[in-house]
Design a protein around this ligand. Sequence first.
Ligand code: PEP
Length: 248
Amino acid sequence: MRKNIVAGNWKMNKSLQEGLAFAKSLEAALAGKTLKCDVIVGTPFIHLAGVASSVKLGVAAQNCSDKASGAYTGEVSAAMVASTGAKYVILGHSERRTYYGETDAILKEKVLLALANGLSPIFCIGETKDEREKNVHFDVVKKQTVDALFGLSAEDFSKVIIAYEPVWAIGTGLTATSAQAQEMHAYIRKTIAGKYGEVVADNTSILYGGSANGGNAKELFACPDIDGGLIGGASLDVEKFIPVIEGF
Ligand code: PEP
């Protein structure tokens, strides 16, 4: 059975002290609630070890290197991420694709290294506004999925969490309608079924990301192919993040 997941993406926000305090207060606020989803916080690298050792929430890095180790100044390897106690790594976020030139070929390497080090990738795919307007959004999302992920064995693929994040909805306040999101999630699941079969596709968690918040999470998460969210802005405040988690 696939899991329901709500994952926060802090991006480049919060000092170490703020991040640790936030994780502890989020955990305290969730204590005693009956959760219908796993909760993950995606922190900057420097927070990973501290957060992973002080709370029981899932912890994700927001990136890892496409190289295993060596003379790559400033890079952080998948093995290093795993050594912090983090279990997940967000890969292919549109901000990394756009600002840091991450291609599907680079992301393929990152995915392989993440999996080889026991991390579950939260793999982001999604079209730009222009691509949606040109009606090529299904092709774009399919190509991103095929090029970076479809070389994996079924066993490895089953450790991947997909996040459909239409680029035009990230941080813009424009959310895909639940009908638009459901349509794309169903398409992604069908694409996965075509490669790995119905069982693997049924067991794949596909999250929605793009201006999701406490006001729209419930409607989005009620869709049959939407298994949770990757949440940016609304994951930065406990009072805003809890209503998203309670969208389930
Ligand atoms: C994200 O960063 O993955 C994201 C979805 O951001 P926001 O929720 O702010 O649109």
